[in-house]
Design a protein around this ligand. Structure first.
Ligand code: G3I
Ligand code: 9MR
Ligand code: ZN
Length: 542
């Protein structure tokens, strides 16, 4: 209905001591919060003056109930609301979400059976075990394992590297959030946390993607995407290793150097293998200074993950190798990149990885770093955090995206900016940054103009029909839980979106339908920043 008043809130709940706000469309009005069990009013307030919000296309105000700290179940009432809104306040409201987001990577495993104790009812047989043809040659390689990228069954080196990096960084920042077993088949193998078991499943695959000269193949896929209802084990077309690229090789060098640090206390041999791989990839980069940017070769029609520069991947590789080894050659490469000024030093996500390089340098042992350079990077990082802070404070829904930022994978951009704010928070203990990062979780979990939780299995209106082949092919009504949708995208980049979404405001450009891959696919590097962000707020995170 045109003038119906709508209330939007985090459908999982709110943490007792954090800022708590809901969004109410229409003019400012009184509201009250009552206890669910006896209807006792516990807080009264008035929503802020409504502002015309460009990204969502509605006029909305915010209802602040931050003074309510008592954990429990409540209802929110306001004039014009057709029904009360259900509200939860509690310390552990994100604990199950955190576990679910991480377990989603297990469901994306390729090359192995997903067995009942860990995956029921979403089990499937092993898949994609055949040797892959090296594009354009008669040679083949054994490259089984790793994670399916997304709704498709491709396995893409740089996408996998970025996803692993988010998860390992989350573990480095908040180990306490990863103590509880998921569980996984490897859980009983000792005391190594499951997040490290799961990342090793991808890292073992990424090691296979490295050629003897140190270069990394860009991807292993079939030549075409298979049908949307094809189960992994039924996707039996020939596998092809697409050519080595400098972007894949740069991200491989980076993530292997990062892994060498993280796994050293748990599996020294594996950590050593990772470092050897990182150094081999780095030497390949030195031998190919001109770069080798990737485009799908003739006859290959799967995801491209193209790029216009590999300078950011080289920067990230140098920074991780410097943090792990302390060797001056890597330090020089970092300095040269910063001096040249061609790399965005803050961007995160699959295409621009300079931010991961800056995080690596900011977290390098102080005795190794150049204090002037570190301070410069810190200033750049905090200035960008202030920019994000201002965007969120201006936005009618408290979102860190401007209208133009809603593109394919807008939830990745949102979560990457939340990651940025949390890294800034740990740099200068500015709690505003942590608070704004938390507001992005509220958006992801229902406080948005479509009233949608963008995560399968979580929220009162959870994601149900992502563009995800096993979910279409398995005939099971319930979606695998813990998968993050790419989210609102006004780009109309698939047939379904063109047919159903034309003319909508950017943040309203979403429907939960499996036919739309440009707004409702899931991917490993949309789940991985979500794990990073929730790790600060789950299991008494800080
Ligand atoms: O950044 C520009 C923005 O400046 C511009 O205004 C806007 C106009 O539409 O485009 C923006 O770039 C978009 C880019 O994603 C970043 O959001 C491109 O249009 C869009 O084509 C691009 O989409 C990528 C998509 O593959 C198609 O290439 C997604 O980032 C990427 O996540 C997605 O990755 C796919 C894999 O290929 C296959 N596996 C599934 C995976 C997820 O859908
Ligand atoms: O399923 C594919 C998805 O993973 C990709 O992100 C998307 C864009 O590359 O392509 C999807 O595959 C579609 C193909 O591009 C066009 N025919 C329908 C395919 C299934 O939706
Ligand atoms: Zn597979």
């Amino acid at each position: 209905m045109a003038n119906e008043i709508r209330l939007y809130l985090d459908q999982l709940g709110y943490l007792p001591m954090e800022r708590k706000r809901f969004i109410l469309t229409g003019a400012s009005r009184p509201f009250e919060v009552v206890r669910q069990k006896d209807g006792e009013p516990v807080l009264r307030g008035t929503t802020s003056p409504a502002i015309a919000d460009e990204a969502s296309g509605v006029e909305a105000g915010k209802g602040d109930f931050s003074d309510l700290h008592e954990p429990g179940r409540y209802r929110i009432r306001a004039a014009g609301l057709s029904e009360d809104a259900e509200l939860v306040i509690g310390d552990g409201v994100y604990d199950d979400l955190h576990q679910g987001l991480l377990k989603a990577f297990y469901y994306l495993r390729c090359g192995t059976e997903l067995s009942a104790p860990y995956a029921a009812p979403w089990t499937h047989e092993p898949c994609h075990l055949t040797r892959a043809e090296v594009y354009g040659s008669k040679e083949t390689r054994e490259v089984s394992g790793g994670w399916h990228d997304a709704g498709d069954y491709g396995r893409y080196t740089l996408a996998g590297a970025v996803a692993v990096a988010d998860l390992l960084l989350a573990y480095e920042y908040n180990p306490q959030a990863f103590a509880k077993r998921l569980p996984l088949p490897e859980s009983a193998e000792g005391t190594m946390p499951d997040v490290l078991h799961e990342c090793k499943y991808e890292l073992d695959f990424l090691l296979k993607m490295q050629e003897t000269d140190g270069g990394a193949y860009h991807k292993v896929t079939t030549y075409h995407f298979c049908g949307l209802d094809v189960m992994p084990e039924d996707d039996t077309g020939p596998l092809v290793l697409s050519p080595i690229s400098s972007t894949a090789t740069g991200t491989l060098a980076a993530v292997m150097a990062l892994a060498a640090r993280v796994y050293r206390p748990w599996d020294a041999d594996f950590a050593a293998r990772c470092l050897t791989s990182a150094e081999a990839a780095w030497s390949w980069l030195l031998q190919h200074p001109e770069g080798l940017l990737f485009h799908n070769p003739p006859g290959v029609f799967t995801g491209e993950y193209g790029d216009v520069s590999d300078a950011d991947e080289r920067y990230w590789a140098a920074a991780e190798l410097f943090r792990t080894t302390g060797r001056e050659e890597f330090h020089r490469a970092i300095r040269d990149t910063v001096e040249k000024g061609e790399v965005d030093l803050c961007e995160l996500g699959w295409a621009r990885v300079g931010g991961y390089g800056t995080i690596a340098y900011l977290r390098t042992e102080r005795s190794l770093v150049d204090t002037g350079l570190r301070n410069r990077l810190r200033e750049i990082w905090l200035a960008k955090a202030e920019e994000y802070q201002e965007i969120a404070e201006r936005d009618g829904f408290g979102v860190v995206l401007e209208a133009r930022d809603y593109n394919w994978g807008s939830n990745m951009e949102l979560l990457n900016r939340a990651q940025h704010l949390l890294v800034a928070y740990r740099e200068d203990a500015n709690r505003r940054f942590r608070q704004t990062a938390l507001e992005q979780l509220h958006y992801l979990l229902g406080r948005n103009v479509v009233g949608q939780s963008y995560v399968t299995g979580f929220g009162t209106k959870p994601l149900r029909r992502p563009h995800y082949r096993p979910g279409v092919g398995d005939g099971i009504e319930e979606a695998v839980p813990g998968m993050v949708s790419g989210g609102a995208n006004p780009g109309l980049q698939d047939d379904y979106a063109r047919k159903h979404l034309a003319g909508r405001a950017p943040a309203a450009s979403f429907e939960d339908h499996e036919l739309s891959y440009s707004m409702n696919e899931i991917t490993i590097y949309w789940n991985s920043p979500a794990v990073f962000v929730t790790s600060f707020f789950a299991f008494a995170g800080e």
